[in-house]
Design a binder for this molecule. Structure first.
Ligand SMILES: CC(C)(COP(=O)(O)OP(=O)(O)OC[C@H]1O[C@@H](n2cnc3c(N)ncnc32)[C@H](O)[C@@H]1OP(=O)(O)O)[C@@H](O)C(=O)NCCC(=O)NCCS
Length: 140
């Protein structure tokens, strides 16, 4: 059996905030035995919404996944750490970058960057229409 490729450990970002940690389970795998990309995308969507929620203060919707890169596979039992930072606060939308790092099941304390993404969330009213982001709610 060939060895599984393993890139050198990565340093965690210092310019992003830890917004989510989660461990994928066997039910989340694809036909290769790795974690299904759609499961990773769902977690990134949730993690990405955390910082925009501080600005938007109410209902919001994901309008765009502007970029999504699966850099390395995710495996059952990895501890995933999701880091995020806001890159743009517009009139009705907030855009974030999300980076995901895995601590492999057998190598905790060492981090492998597995995913990076950029997503945009829109503040919506009760009819589902865009509404202005309340600027006075923006963190300092
Ligand atoms: C979110 C939604 C209300 C936006 O309505 P819309 O009429 O498309 O809104 P607008 O064209 O006025 O754009 C609203 C904001 O989104 C931004 N936006 C729209 N498309 C974008 C894209 N592809 N990438 C980045 N930002 C985008 C606009 O720039 C604008 O931001 P700003 O006001 O800060 O400049 C509507 O598209 C919607 O309901 N989409 C479905 C959302 C959903 O179900 N998400 C879950 C998917 S599973």
């Amino acid at each position: 059996m060939s060895a599984v490729f393993s890139p050198p450990p990565a340093a965690l970002p210092t310019d992003k905030e830890l917004v989510l940690k989660v461990i994928p389970m066997p039910a989340d795998t694809n036909g290769n035995g790795d974690i299904f990309g759609g499961w990773v995308m769902a977690q990134v969507d949730l993690a990405g919404s955390v910082l925009p929620a501080r600005y938007i203060q109410g209902r919001m919707a994901t309008v765009a996944v502007n970029e999504f890169i699966f850099k390395q596979p995710v495996r059952v039992g990895d501890i995933l750490s999701f880091f995020s930072a806001i890159t743009r606060v517009g009139n009705t939308s907030v855009t974030v970058e999300v980076e995901v790092y895995a601590e492999r099941f057998s190598a905790q304390g060492q981090y492998v960057k597995v995913t990076e993404a950029r997503l945009t969330y829109v503040a919506i009213d009760h009819q589902g229409r865009p509404r202005p982001v309340p600027k006075h709610n923006a963190p300092a």
